[in-house]
Design a protein around this ligand. Structure first.
Ligand SMILES: *[C@@H]1O[C@H](CO)[C@@H](O)[C@H](O)[C@H]1NC(C)=O
Ligand SMILES: *[C@@H]1O[C@H](CO)[C@@H](O)[C@H](O)[C@H]1NC(C)=O
Ligand SMILES: *[C@@H]1O[C@H](CO)[C@@H](O)[C@H](O)[C@H]1NC(C)=O
Ligand SMILES: *[C@@H]1O[C@H](CO)[C@@H](O)[C@H](O)[C@H]1NC(C)=O
Length: 432
Protein backbone atom coordinates (compact mmCIF):
# COMPACT_ATOMS: atom_id res chain seq x y z
CA UNK A 1 0.00 0.00 0.00
CA UNK A 2 2.70 2.47 0.95
CA UNK A 3 4.33 1.73 -2.39
CA UNK A 4 1.24 3.04 -4.22
CA UNK A 5 1.09 6.12 -2.03
CA UNK A 6 4.66 7.09 -2.86
CA UNK A 7 3.97 6.92 -6.56
CA UNK A 8 0.90 9.11 -6.25
CA UNK A 9 2.79 11.68 -4.23
CA UNK A 10 5.58 11.81 -6.77
CA UNK A 11 3.00 12.10 -9.48
CA UNK A 12 1.43 15.11 -7.80
CA UNK A 13 4.76 16.81 -7.34
CA UNK A 14 5.75 16.31 -10.94
CA UNK A 15 2.43 17.70 -12.15
CA UNK A 16 2.51 20.77 -9.94
CA UNK A 17 6.13 21.32 -10.94
CA UNK A 18 5.11 21.29 -14.60
CA UNK A 19 2.22 23.66 -14.00
CA UNK A 20 4.47 26.13 -12.21
CA UNK A 21 6.62 26.44 -15.33
CA UNK A 22 3.77 28.34 -16.98
CA UNK A 23 3.71 32.01 -16.17
CA UNK A 24 0.22 31.82 -14.78
CA UNK A 25 0.34 35.27 -13.29
CA UNK A 26 0.96 36.87 -16.68
CA UNK A 27 -1.27 39.89 -17.21
CA UNK A 28 -1.59 41.14 -20.77
CA UNK A 29 -3.34 44.37 -19.81
CA UNK A 30 -0.55 45.43 -17.47
CA UNK A 31 2.38 44.36 -19.64
CA UNK A 32 4.34 47.40 -20.82
CA UNK A 33 6.29 45.39 -23.35
CA UNK A 34 4.01 43.18 -25.42
CA UNK A 35 6.76 41.50 -27.39
CA UNK A 36 4.39 38.71 -28.46
CA UNK A 37 3.00 41.17 -31.03
CA UNK A 38 6.16 40.44 -32.99
CA UNK A 39 5.36 36.71 -33.11
CA UNK A 40 1.97 36.47 -34.76
CA UNK A 41 3.35 34.78 -37.88
CA UNK A 42 1.62 35.90 -41.11
CA UNK A 43 -0.91 37.94 -39.13
CA UNK A 44 1.67 40.17 -37.51
CA UNK A 45 1.00 43.91 -37.79
CA UNK A 46 3.56 45.63 -40.01
CA UNK A 47 4.23 48.41 -37.51
CA UNK A 48 5.81 46.11 -34.95
CA UNK A 49 8.38 44.53 -37.26
CA UNK A 50 9.30 47.15 -39.86
CA UNK A 51 12.63 48.96 -39.91
CA UNK A 52 12.81 52.32 -38.22
CA UNK A 53 11.90 55.49 -40.13
CA UNK A 54 15.19 57.07 -39.17
CA UNK A 55 17.27 54.11 -40.34
CA UNK A 56 20.25 55.04 -42.53
CA UNK A 57 20.25 51.63 -44.22
CA UNK A 58 19.04 53.11 -47.47
CA UNK A 59 21.85 55.62 -47.63
CA UNK A 60 24.84 54.64 -49.77
CA UNK A 61 27.74 57.09 -49.78
CA UNK A 62 28.41 58.88 -53.08
CA UNK A 63 25.45 57.19 -54.72
CA UNK A 64 22.00 58.24 -55.84
CA UNK A 65 19.05 55.87 -56.27
CA UNK A 66 17.97 55.50 -59.89
CA UNK A 67 15.58 52.55 -59.86
CA UNK A 68 13.16 51.19 -57.31
CA UNK A 69 11.46 47.79 -57.51
CA UNK A 70 8.94 46.66 -54.90
CA UNK A 71 7.08 43.48 -54.12
CA UNK A 72 4.50 44.25 -51.43
CA UNK A 73 1.98 42.06 -49.64
CA UNK A 74 -1.45 43.58 -49.00
CA UNK A 75 -1.91 45.23 -45.61
CA UNK A 76 -3.96 44.00 -42.68
CA UNK A 77 -7.26 42.52 -43.81
CA UNK A 78 -10.47 41.16 -42.33
CA UNK A 79 -11.07 37.47 -41.76
CA UNK A 80 -12.04 35.25 -44.67
CA UNK A 81 -15.67 34.15 -45.13
CA UNK A 82 -15.17 30.75 -43.53
CA UNK A 83 -14.02 32.39 -40.31
CA UNK A 84 -16.70 35.08 -40.29
CA UNK A 85 -19.26 32.28 -40.40
CA UNK A 86 -18.13 30.32 -37.37
CA UNK A 87 -15.91 32.55 -35.23
CA UNK A 88 -18.60 34.68 -33.53
CA UNK A 89 -20.39 31.65 -32.12
CA UNK A 90 -17.23 29.82 -31.11
CA UNK A 91 -15.70 32.86 -29.43
CA UNK A 92 -18.89 33.85 -27.62
CA UNK A 93 -19.03 30.37 -26.12
CA UNK A 94 -15.38 30.46 -25.10
CA UNK A 95 -15.70 33.93 -23.57
CA UNK A 96 -18.72 32.89 -21.49
CA UNK A 97 -17.06 29.67 -20.38
CA UNK A 98 -13.83 31.41 -19.34
CA UNK A 99 -15.79 34.01 -17.35
CA UNK A 100 -17.85 31.28 -15.71
CA UNK A 101 -14.74 29.31 -14.68
CA UNK A 102 -14.48 31.46 -11.56
CA UNK A 103 -13.48 28.78 -9.06
CA UNK A 104 -10.66 27.28 -11.09
CA UNK A 105 -9.65 30.28 -13.14
CA UNK A 106 -7.24 31.69 -10.62
CA UNK A 107 -4.58 32.82 -13.02
CA UNK A 108 -6.12 35.51 -15.19
CA UNK A 109 -5.82 39.04 -13.86
CA UNK A 110 -8.99 41.13 -13.37
CA UNK A 111 -8.02 43.57 -16.12
CA UNK A 112 -7.73 40.79 -18.69
CA UNK A 113 -11.04 39.35 -17.59
CA UNK A 114 -12.66 42.74 -18.02
CA UNK A 115 -11.32 42.88 -21.55
CA UNK A 116 -12.94 39.54 -22.29
CA UNK A 117 -16.18 40.45 -20.55
CA UNK A 118 -16.56 43.52 -22.75
CA UNK A 119 -15.62 41.79 -25.97
CA UNK A 120 -18.23 41.59 -28.72
CA UNK A 121 -18.05 40.46 -32.31
CA UNK A 122 -18.33 43.54 -34.53
CA UNK A 123 -21.71 43.01 -36.15
CA UNK A 124 -20.62 45.07 -39.13
CA UNK A 125 -18.15 42.39 -40.01
CA UNK A 126 -20.12 40.23 -42.38
CA UNK A 127 -19.08 38.01 -45.25
CA UNK A 128 -19.78 40.94 -47.62
CA UNK A 129 -16.42 42.29 -46.47
CA UNK A 130 -14.51 39.05 -46.22
CA UNK A 131 -10.79 39.53 -46.71
CA UNK A 132 -11.15 43.32 -47.22
CA UNK A 133 -8.28 45.64 -46.41
CA UNK A 134 -8.86 47.34 -43.06
CA UNK A 135 -8.15 50.94 -42.15
CA UNK A 136 -4.98 49.80 -40.36
CA UNK A 137 -4.01 47.91 -43.51
CA UNK A 138 -4.58 51.04 -45.60
CA UNK A 139 -2.32 53.01 -43.29
CA UNK A 140 0.41 50.37 -43.44
CA UNK A 141 0.72 50.82 -47.21
CA UNK A 142 0.14 54.54 -47.23
CA UNK A 143 2.79 55.19 -44.58
CA UNK A 144 5.22 52.84 -46.28
CA UNK A 145 4.89 54.92 -49.45
CA UNK A 146 5.38 58.15 -47.52
CA UNK A 147 8.57 56.89 -45.90
CA UNK A 148 9.97 55.53 -49.16
CA UNK A 149 9.28 58.84 -50.82
CA UNK A 150 11.23 60.62 -48.09
CA UNK A 151 14.14 58.18 -48.44
CA UNK A 152 14.36 57.99 -52.21
CA UNK A 153 13.19 61.50 -52.96
CA UNK A 154 14.77 61.92 -56.39
CA UNK A 155 12.99 58.84 -57.67
CA UNK A 156 9.54 59.61 -56.33
CA UNK A 157 9.31 63.37 -56.44
CA UNK A 158 7.38 65.25 -59.03
CA UNK A 159 3.86 64.73 -60.24
CA UNK A 160 2.51 61.36 -61.22
CA UNK A 161 3.35 60.27 -64.73
CA UNK A 162 2.26 56.95 -66.10
CA UNK A 163 5.58 56.30 -67.82
CA UNK A 164 7.61 56.83 -64.63
CA UNK A 165 5.54 54.57 -62.36
CA UNK A 166 4.64 51.02 -63.16
CA UNK A 167 2.08 49.46 -60.80
CA UNK A 168 0.39 46.10 -60.87
CA UNK A 169 -1.82 44.10 -58.53
CA UNK A 170 -3.58 40.77 -58.22
CA UNK A 171 -7.30 40.64 -58.60
CA UNK A 172 -8.47 40.90 -54.98
CA UNK A 173 -10.00 43.79 -53.06
CA UNK A 174 -7.16 43.80 -50.51
CA UNK A 175 -4.37 44.08 -53.08
CA UNK A 176 -6.19 46.67 -55.20
CA UNK A 177 -6.93 48.77 -52.10
CA UNK A 178 -3.32 48.33 -50.96
CA UNK A 179 -2.23 49.86 -54.25
CA UNK A 180 -4.67 52.76 -53.77
CA UNK A 181 -3.23 53.38 -50.30
CA UNK A 182 0.33 53.27 -51.64
CA UNK A 183 -0.58 55.68 -54.45
CA UNK A 184 -2.20 58.05 -51.94
CA UNK A 185 0.97 57.95 -49.84
CA UNK A 186 3.00 58.97 -52.88
CA UNK A 187 0.75 61.49 -54.58
CA UNK A 188 -1.65 62.77 -51.92
CA UNK A 189 -5.04 61.79 -50.55
CA UNK A 190 -7.48 60.72 -53.21
CA UNK A 191 -4.81 60.78 -55.91
CA UNK A 192 -5.14 57.07 -56.55
CA UNK A 193 -8.15 57.61 -58.84
CA UNK A 194 -5.88 59.00 -61.54
CA UNK A 195 -2.99 56.58 -61.04
CA UNK A 196 -2.84 53.69 -63.47
CA UNK A 197 -2.13 50.08 -62.53
CA UNK A 198 -2.07 46.88 -64.48
CA UNK A 199 -4.50 44.17 -63.42
CA UNK A 200 -4.01 40.45 -63.20
CA UNK A 201 -3.37 38.61 -66.46
CA UNK A 202 -4.85 35.17 -67.16
CA UNK A 203 -1.70 33.39 -66.04
CA UNK A 204 -0.07 35.56 -63.42
CA UNK A 205 3.33 33.88 -63.24
CA UNK A 206 4.82 37.08 -61.88
CA UNK A 207 2.78 37.36 -58.69
CA UNK A 208 1.01 34.00 -58.40
CA UNK A 209 3.29 31.42 -60.00
CA UNK A 210 2.21 28.77 -57.49
CA UNK A 211 -1.32 28.87 -58.93
CA UNK A 212 -0.02 27.08 -62.00
CA UNK A 213 2.18 24.47 -60.40
CA UNK A 214 0.77 21.00 -59.63
CA UNK A 215 3.90 20.16 -57.62
CA UNK A 216 3.17 23.08 -55.30
CA UNK A 217 -0.39 21.84 -54.68
CA UNK A 218 0.77 18.29 -54.14
CA UNK A 219 3.43 19.43 -51.69
CA UNK A 220 0.99 21.71 -49.88
CA UNK A 221 -1.32 18.77 -49.28
CA UNK A 222 1.53 16.63 -47.99
CA UNK A 223 2.97 19.12 -45.54
CA UNK A 224 -0.34 19.61 -43.75
CA UNK A 225 -1.15 15.93 -43.65
CA UNK A 226 -0.31 13.13 -41.22
CA UNK A 227 3.39 12.58 -40.69
CA UNK A 228 4.33 16.12 -41.78
CA UNK A 229 6.63 18.14 -39.52
CA UNK A 230 3.73 20.39 -38.55
CA UNK A 231 1.57 17.40 -37.74
CA UNK A 232 4.32 15.76 -35.68
CA UNK A 233 4.85 19.03 -33.81
CA UNK A 234 1.17 19.24 -32.94
CA UNK A 235 1.36 15.66 -31.63
CA UNK A 236 4.49 16.38 -29.61
CA UNK A 237 4.60 16.48 -25.82
CA UNK A 238 5.62 20.15 -25.97
CA UNK A 239 2.61 21.17 -28.03
CA UNK A 240 0.16 19.04 -26.07
CA UNK A 241 1.48 20.47 -22.83
CA UNK A 242 1.01 23.95 -24.26
CA UNK A 243 -2.64 23.19 -25.05
CA UNK A 244 -3.07 21.78 -21.54
CA UNK A 245 -1.42 24.85 -19.96
CA UNK A 246 -3.62 27.27 -21.92
CA UNK A 247 -6.72 25.32 -20.87
CA UNK A 248 -5.67 25.19 -17.20
CA UNK A 249 -4.82 28.87 -17.04
CA UNK A 250 -8.29 29.71 -18.39
CA UNK A 251 -9.88 27.50 -15.74
CA UNK A 252 -11.01 24.54 -17.83
CA UNK A 253 -10.97 21.17 -16.05
CA UNK A 254 -10.41 19.56 -19.46
CA UNK A 255 -8.24 20.31 -22.47
CA UNK A 256 -9.62 22.67 -25.07
CA UNK A 257 -9.68 21.28 -28.60
CA UNK A 258 -7.16 22.35 -31.19
CA UNK A 259 -9.98 24.14 -33.04
CA UNK A 260 -10.84 26.19 -29.95
CA UNK A 261 -7.19 27.15 -29.46
CA UNK A 262 -6.94 28.07 -33.16
CA UNK A 263 -10.06 30.24 -33.01
CA UNK A 264 -8.68 32.30 -30.12
CA UNK A 265 -5.21 32.45 -31.71
CA UNK A 266 -6.57 33.59 -35.07
CA UNK A 267 -8.90 36.19 -33.70
CA UNK A 268 -6.25 37.53 -31.32
CA UNK A 269 -3.84 38.09 -34.18
CA UNK A 270 -6.33 39.65 -36.57
CA UNK A 271 -8.00 41.88 -34.01
CA UNK A 272 -4.63 43.04 -32.70
CA UNK A 273 -3.59 44.05 -36.20
CA UNK A 274 -6.91 45.88 -36.77
CA UNK A 275 -6.81 47.99 -33.62
CA UNK A 276 -3.18 48.37 -32.62
CA UNK A 277 -2.25 49.73 -30.06
CA UNK A 278 -5.56 48.87 -28.34
CA UNK A 279 -5.60 45.40 -26.86
CA UNK A 280 -7.35 42.39 -28.28
CA UNK A 281 -8.87 40.47 -25.35
CA UNK A 282 -8.14 37.23 -27.19
CA UNK A 283 -4.41 37.80 -26.91
CA UNK A 284 -4.69 37.82 -23.11
CA UNK A 285 -5.53 34.11 -23.12
CA UNK A 286 -1.94 33.22 -24.09
CA UNK A 287 1.34 33.79 -22.31
CA UNK A 288 4.32 34.97 -24.35
CA UNK A 289 5.87 31.52 -24.43
CA UNK A 290 2.61 29.96 -25.58
CA UNK A 291 2.59 32.46 -28.45
CA UNK A 292 6.12 31.36 -29.38
CA UNK A 293 4.96 27.75 -29.60
CA UNK A 294 1.96 28.71 -31.76
CA UNK A 295 4.21 30.80 -33.97
CA UNK A 296 6.49 27.80 -34.49
CA UNK A 297 3.51 25.72 -35.55
CA UNK A 298 2.79 28.30 -38.29
CA UNK A 299 6.43 28.55 -39.33
CA UNK A 300 6.72 24.78 -39.70
CA UNK A 301 4.02 24.84 -42.34
CA UNK A 302 5.29 27.81 -44.35
CA UNK A 303 8.89 26.60 -44.20
CA UNK A 304 7.90 23.50 -46.17
CA UNK A 305 5.24 25.22 -48.27
CA UNK A 306 7.08 28.23 -49.66
CA UNK A 307 10.23 28.60 -47.55
CA UNK A 308 13.68 27.05 -47.73
CA UNK A 309 12.18 23.66 -46.89
CA UNK A 310 10.40 23.38 -50.26
CA UNK A 311 12.82 22.22 -52.98
CA UNK A 312 11.00 23.99 -55.85
CA UNK A 313 10.52 27.32 -54.07
CA UNK A 314 13.35 29.13 -55.86
CA UNK A 315 12.22 27.82 -59.27
CA UNK A 316 8.74 29.17 -58.70
CA UNK A 317 10.07 32.68 -58.17
CA UNK A 318 12.07 32.71 -61.41
CA UNK A 319 9.64 34.93 -63.36
CA UNK A 320 9.61 37.42 -60.51
CA UNK A 321 13.39 37.28 -60.27
CA UNK A 322 13.75 37.80 -64.03
CA UNK A 323 11.45 40.82 -63.84
CA UNK A 324 13.48 42.35 -61.03
CA UNK A 325 16.74 41.77 -62.91
CA UNK A 326 15.38 43.16 -66.13
CA UNK A 327 14.32 46.40 -64.45
CA UNK A 328 17.35 46.73 -62.19
CA UNK A 329 19.70 45.93 -65.05
CA UNK A 330 18.72 49.14 -66.80
CA UNK A 331 20.81 52.18 -66.02
CA UNK A 332 18.04 54.73 -66.12
CA UNK A 333 14.91 55.52 -68.02
CA UNK A 334 11.31 54.73 -67.38
CA UNK A 335 9.70 53.33 -65.44
CA UNK A 336 11.92 54.25 -62.54
CA UNK A 337 9.50 52.98 -59.91
CA UNK A 338 8.01 49.49 -60.24
CA UNK A 339 5.67 48.26 -57.50
CA UNK A 340 3.58 45.09 -57.30
CA UNK A 341 0.81 44.36 -54.79
CA UNK A 342 0.46 40.71 -53.96
CA UNK A 343 0.31 38.03 -51.27
CA UNK A 344 2.56 36.30 -48.77
CA UNK A 345 3.50 33.25 -50.89
CA UNK A 346 5.38 35.03 -53.65
CA UNK A 347 7.30 37.12 -51.12
CA UNK A 348 8.45 33.97 -49.34
CA UNK A 349 9.31 32.25 -52.62
CA UNK A 350 11.23 35.30 -53.78
CA UNK A 351 13.25 35.51 -50.56
CA UNK A 352 14.16 31.84 -50.96
CA UNK A 353 15.28 32.47 -54.55
CA UNK A 354 17.47 35.29 -53.25
CA UNK A 355 19.06 32.88 -50.77
CA UNK A 356 18.02 35.20 -47.97
CA UNK A 357 17.89 34.25 -44.31
CA UNK A 358 18.77 30.60 -44.63
CA UNK A 359 19.18 28.58 -41.45
CA UNK A 360 22.00 26.01 -41.35
CA UNK A 361 19.48 23.43 -40.10
CA UNK A 362 15.89 22.88 -41.21
CA UNK A 363 12.93 23.58 -38.96
CA UNK A 364 11.60 20.29 -37.62
CA UNK A 365 8.99 19.07 -35.19
CA UNK A 366 11.69 18.12 -32.68
CA UNK A 367 14.04 21.13 -32.67
CA UNK A 368 11.86 23.96 -31.39
CA UNK A 369 14.38 24.89 -28.67
CA UNK A 370 17.38 24.85 -30.99
CA UNK A 371 15.52 27.03 -33.54
CA UNK A 372 14.51 29.79 -31.15
CA UNK A 373 16.82 32.24 -32.90
CA UNK A 374 15.99 31.00 -36.41
CA UNK A 375 16.23 33.06 -39.58
CA UNK A 376 13.00 31.66 -40.98
CA UNK A 377 10.30 33.41 -39.03
CA UNK A 378 7.12 34.27 -40.91
CA UNK A 379 6.45 37.07 -38.43
CA UNK A 380 9.51 38.81 -39.86
CA UNK A 381 9.36 37.51 -43.43
CA UNK A 382 5.69 38.13 -44.16
CA UNK A 383 3.76 40.21 -41.67
CA UNK A 384 0.85 42.16 -43.17
CA UNK A 385 2.19 44.65 -45.76
CA UNK A 386 5.49 42.72 -45.96
CA UNK A 387 7.68 44.02 -48.73
CA UNK A 388 10.93 43.46 -50.53
CA UNK A 389 12.39 46.60 -52.08
CA UNK A 390 15.35 46.46 -54.44
CA UNK A 391 17.10 49.70 -55.23
CA UNK A 392 19.68 50.47 -57.87
CA UNK A 393 22.16 53.22 -57.10
CA UNK A 394 24.38 55.13 -59.50
CA UNK A 395 27.66 55.87 -57.73
CA UNK A 396 30.52 58.24 -58.07
CA UNK A 397 32.94 55.33 -57.91
CA UNK A 398 35.12 54.13 -60.82
CA UNK A 399 35.43 50.56 -59.58
CA UNK A 400 31.77 49.94 -58.87
CA UNK A 401 29.59 52.63 -60.40
CA UNK A 402 26.42 50.63 -59.88
CA UNK A 403 25.23 49.14 -56.62
CA UNK A 404 22.08 47.26 -55.73
CA UNK A 405 20.61 47.15 -52.27
CA UNK A 406 17.88 44.88 -50.94
CA UNK A 407 15.44 45.69 -48.16
CA UNK A 408 13.01 43.47 -46.33
CA UNK A 409 10.34 45.39 -44.47
CA UNK A 410 12.54 48.49 -44.59
CA UNK A 411 15.58 46.77 -43.14
CA UNK A 412 18.73 46.26 -45.19
CA UNK A 413 18.94 42.61 -46.23
CA UNK A 414 22.28 40.81 -45.93
CA UNK A 415 23.16 37.64 -47.82
CA UNK A 416 25.62 34.84 -47.03
CA UNK A 417 26.68 34.95 -50.64
CA UNK A 418 27.64 38.58 -50.46
CA UNK A 419 30.05 40.11 -47.97
CA UNK A 420 28.85 43.64 -48.45
CA UNK A 421 25.49 45.16 -47.77
CA UNK A 422 25.27 46.35 -51.36
CA UNK A 423 25.68 44.08 -54.33
CA UNK A 424 28.00 45.47 -56.97
CA UNK A 425 26.50 45.19 -60.42
CA UNK A 426 28.83 44.74 -63.35
CA UNK A 427 27.06 46.05 -66.40
CA UNK A 428 25.92 43.32 -68.74
CA UNK A 429 26.52 40.54 -66.26
CA UNK A 430 24.20 38.59 -64.09
CA UNK A 431 24.58 39.57 -60.50
CA UNK A 432 22.81 36.62 -58.97
C1 LIG B 1 10.99 44.02 -23.92
O1 LIG B 1 11.28 42.62 -23.91
C2 LIG B 1 12.31 42.23 -24.78
C3 LIG B 1 12.38 40.74 -24.81
O2 LIG B 1 12.26 40.20 -23.53
C4 LIG B 1 13.60 42.91 -24.36
O3 LIG B 1 14.63 42.56 -25.26
C5 LIG B 1 13.41 44.41 -24.36
O4 LIG B 1 14.56 45.02 -23.87
C6 LIG B 1 12.22 44.79 -23.52
N1 LIG B 1 11.97 46.22 -23.68
C7 LIG B 1 11.62 46.98 -22.66
C8 LIG B 1 11.39 48.41 -22.98
O5 LIG B 1 11.52 46.55 -21.54
C1 LIG C 1 -19.05 33.14 -11.52
O1 LIG C 1 -19.28 33.83 -12.74
C2 LIG C 1 -20.63 33.86 -13.13
C3 LIG C 1 -20.70 34.42 -14.54
O2 LIG C 1 -19.90 35.57 -14.65
C4 LIG C 1 -21.42 34.64 -12.11
O3 LIG C 1 -22.78 34.67 -12.48
C5 LIG C 1 -21.25 33.99 -10.74
O4 LIG C 1 -21.88 34.76 -9.76
C6 LIG C 1 -19.79 33.82 -10.39
N1 LIG C 1 -19.66 33.03 -9.20
C7 LIG C 1 -18.84 33.34 -8.22
C8 LIG C 1 -18.83 32.39 -7.06
O5 LIG C 1 -18.14 34.31 -8.25
C1 LIG D 1 -21.01 49.60 -37.54
O1 LIG D 1 -21.13 50.59 -38.54
C2 LIG D 1 -21.86 51.71 -38.15
C3 LIG D 1 -22.04 52.59 -39.37
O2 LIG D 1 -20.84 52.77 -40.05
C4 LIG D 1 -21.12 52.43 -37.02
O3 LIG D 1 -21.84 53.57 -36.60
C5 LIG D 1 -20.96 51.44 -35.86
O4 LIG D 1 -20.19 52.04 -34.83
C6 LIG D 1 -20.31 50.18 -36.32
N1 LIG D 1 -20.32 49.21 -35.26
C7 LIG D 1 -19.21 48.73 -34.73
C8 LIG D 1 -19.42 47.72 -33.64
O5 LIG D 1 -18.11 49.07 -35.05
C1 LIG E 1 -4.64 17.35 -21.18
O1 LIG E 1 -3.51 17.14 -21.99
C2 LIG E 1 -2.35 16.77 -21.28
C3 LIG E 1 -1.19 16.73 -22.26
O2 LIG E 1 -1.47 15.88 -23.32
C4 LIG E 1 -2.59 15.44 -20.58
O3 LIG E 1 -1.43 15.09 -19.83
C5 LIG E 1 -3.79 15.58 -19.65
O4 LIG E 1 -4.09 14.33 -19.07
C6 LIG E 1 -5.00 16.11 -20.39
N1 LIG E 1 -6.02 16.45 -19.40
C7 LIG E 1 -7.24 15.95 -19.42
C8 LIG E 1 -8.14 16.39 -18.35
O5 LIG E 1 -7.58 15.17 -20.30
Amino acid sequence: MSHVLVIVLIGVRVLSGAAASVDESYCYSLDENRTQWEHFATRTAYEVVRGSSSSRDYFVADCIPTKYWLLARHGTRLHGAKYINFLPQSLNKLRDAILANNASRRMMCPDDLDLLRNWRWDSNMTTDYEGFLTESGWNELKNLATREKTRFGALFNGPYREDRFHFRYTNTQRTVASFWAFADGLFGDGAYVRVHAEGEPTRDTLLRPHFFCPDYDENKRKIRGPGSEQDKFMQSALFRRTVADISTRLGFPYNLTLDQIEDMWDHCRFEQAWYLPQLSPWCSVFTKEQVNVLEYKEDLRYYYQSGHGYARAADLACFTMADMMRHLGQAAGNPSVIAYFCHESIIQLFLVALGAKKDPNPLRSDNYEAMRKRQFRTSEWTPFAANVAVVRYQCNDVVSPVKIKFFLNEKGLMFDWCERVEVVLKEGRKFL
